[in-house]
Design a protein around this ligand. Structure first.
Ligand code: HEC
Ligand SMILES: [Ca+2]
Ligand SMILES: [Ca+2]
Ligand SMILES: [Ca+2]
Length: 464
């Protein structure tokens, strides 16, 4: 994800170049405006951003979300985007591979700094650093879930996973009985009752959707004063599917951390929020040159319904993907697994982040609370990466937040470092010990067993 933040200028620059020189026919956003000032960008190095290559293309069919989404495979990523090397590349960029190795050219990548792995498990599963402020006050996801009357069956269809160990024995018994049925409302009333969804969230059973006792009364009730945030587990954690598995959807069972969450419909979940416009920088925007899978980009005056239509359309925002570039380009990419992080440095698809804790910090301080882009240091970051276009993005986003009555941001509890660097990309840094604890946990995650193969065939050295 950090890849994306880091390469924000790359993407913005690419899209601006597109809008200025290469305007696509029929994109519906040709305003005839003069090319935007991209002064101050690093000089162009014609190279392809690996993470934007079609390898990020989703392969999952759309899940059965109840909103009548169009079916069919999502279209490919926009091709031919020009790209530039961002400034401030880490010093550990791969150079020549060591002799005799076809591995990365980093001879001795920095070992992952380790804290306490068991504390890190809780950070991975439950830590929000206060992002429930963004998800509840700004994006208003719980309000949207109530309005949509989201049932547990629909939540599973959206690809959410349920931690059975968070449920009481009584609830498990009821659910187990209903899971034996055809899940119709007549035969599975509890699993078709929107109140059950809220109860599951209150029980902290929906993986990656984290309730917090915001009003400090010792109880969790997200309909009465408590807020809901998100954690890393949302896109990097599933279950063992021991109680239930919905093909192309979610599951119920014991938590399994690390596998890619390939069937979650992040776009549909973002659309369900009552104020989806709070995700403005993560949408496909006309002002960024309308780069993305949709025929036209959104603007700062687009309606909630228009934002919902973009995010909930799996042809535009494919199932199993997340747009981790806050750049106005509609370029969501596949959720990856998180195994063998100790071997994976440098991090991100394009390998531009040297330290895992820096990667995680960017997720917490920017992706889980994009309002940070409107702060002085958030603007400094955008400006450094994309010049005037970055400032325009921040201005437009602040306008959208004000139009939708969002105040009191940014929400995440972090130290203002006063420095815009890889360690605090938008000038903010969350508790470092927790980041190191999660480093240890992620580094220790065991990858799943491989497929069973015929050993004789596997041992045969010759290539047919
Ligand atoms: C909403 C979905 C989502 C959430 C939540 C999420 N991620 Fe990711 N993560 C992604 C996607 C998509 C990518 C791939 C981005 C890319 O190509 O760089 C990714 C990439 C990564 C990578 C890079 C893997 C590699 O091979 O280098 C790491 C590490 C990572 N995430 C850790 C985290 C951590 C830690 C958190 C919580 C702070 C988190 N993620 C939360 C979707 C998510
Ligand atoms: Ca409470
Ligand atoms: Ca919405
Ligand atoms: Ca983007």
């Amino acid at each position: 994800m950090n890849r994306s933040i880091i390469s924000l200028s790359v993407l913005l620059a690419g899209s601006l170049a597109l809008s200025a020189c290469d305007r696509l026919p029929n994109n519906g956003v040709d305003t005839g405006s003069p090319p935007l000032d991209v002064g101050g960008l690093p000089s162009a190095v014609p190279t392809v951003e690996p993470s934007e290559m079609p390898s990020s293309q989703p392969t999952n069919p759309p899940s059965g979300m109840p909103s009548g989404m169009p079916s069919g495979m999502p279209s490919a990523q926009p091709s031919g985007m020009p790209s530039m090397m961002p400034t401030g590349m880490p010093t550990s960029m791969p150079s020549a591979s060591p002799a005799g190795s076809d591995g990365p050219g980093v001879a001795s990548p920095a070992p992952v700094a380790r804290g306490n792995a068991s504390a890190g498990r809780d950070v991975f599963r439950f830590e929000t650093f206060g992002n429930e402020g963004f998800w509840t006050q700004a994006a208003r996801l719980p309000e949207g879930i109530v309005t949509a009357k989201l049932t547990p069956v629909q939540a599973l269809q959206a690809g959410l996973h349920v931690d059975i160990e968070a449920l009481s024995p009584e609830v498990v018994a009821v659910v187990a009985n209903e899971l034996k049925t055809d899940l119709s409302p007549a035969n599975a009333p509890t699993l078709n009752d929107p109140k059950t969804t809220i109860a599951l969230i209150n029980a902290n059973a929906v993986i990656g959707v984290v309730p917090k006792d915001t009003n400090n009364d010792g109880k969790i009730d997200v309909l009465n004063g408590d807020r809901v945030g998100v954690s890393c587990a949302l896109c990097h954690g599933v279950t063992d599917r021991s109680a239930f598995n919905l093909p192309n959807g979610g599951s119920i069972g014991k938590r399994v951390d690390g596998p890619a969450v390939t069937t979650i419909n992040v776009g549909a979940i973002l659309a369900m929020a009552a104020n989806t416009r709070a995700f403005y920088p993560a949408a496909q925007l006309a002002s960024s040159g309308n780069v993305g899978r949709a025929p036209s980009g959104l603007t700062r005056t687009s309606t909630e319904a228009e934002f919902d239509a973009y995010f909930s359309n799996p042809s535009y925002y494919p199932v199993g993907t997340f747009d981790d570039t806050l750049d106005g380009n509609g370029n969501s990419v596949k959720n990856p697994p998180l195994f063998e992080q100790d071997l994976a440095a440098p991090f991100g698809s394009a390998g531009e982040i040297e330290k895992l804790e820096d990667f995680s910090n960017t997720v917490f301080t920017a992706l889980f609370d994009p309002t940070a882009l409107t702060t002085a240091d958030g603007r400094k970051f955008l400006q450094a990466r994309a010049g005037a276009a970055g400032t325009q993005l921040a201005d437009d986003y602040a306008f959208v937040l004000s139009q939708t009555n969002v105040t009191g941001y940014p929400y995440v509890t972090a130290q203002n470092t006063g420095v815009v660097s890889e360690a605090s990309l938008v000038g903010r840094r969350v508790d470092n010990q927790k980041l190191l604890d999660m480093n240890a946990y992620l580094s220790d995650l065991k990858s799943p067993a491989g497929a069973s193969v015929d050993q004789a065939s596997a041992d045969r050295k010759s290539v047919v």
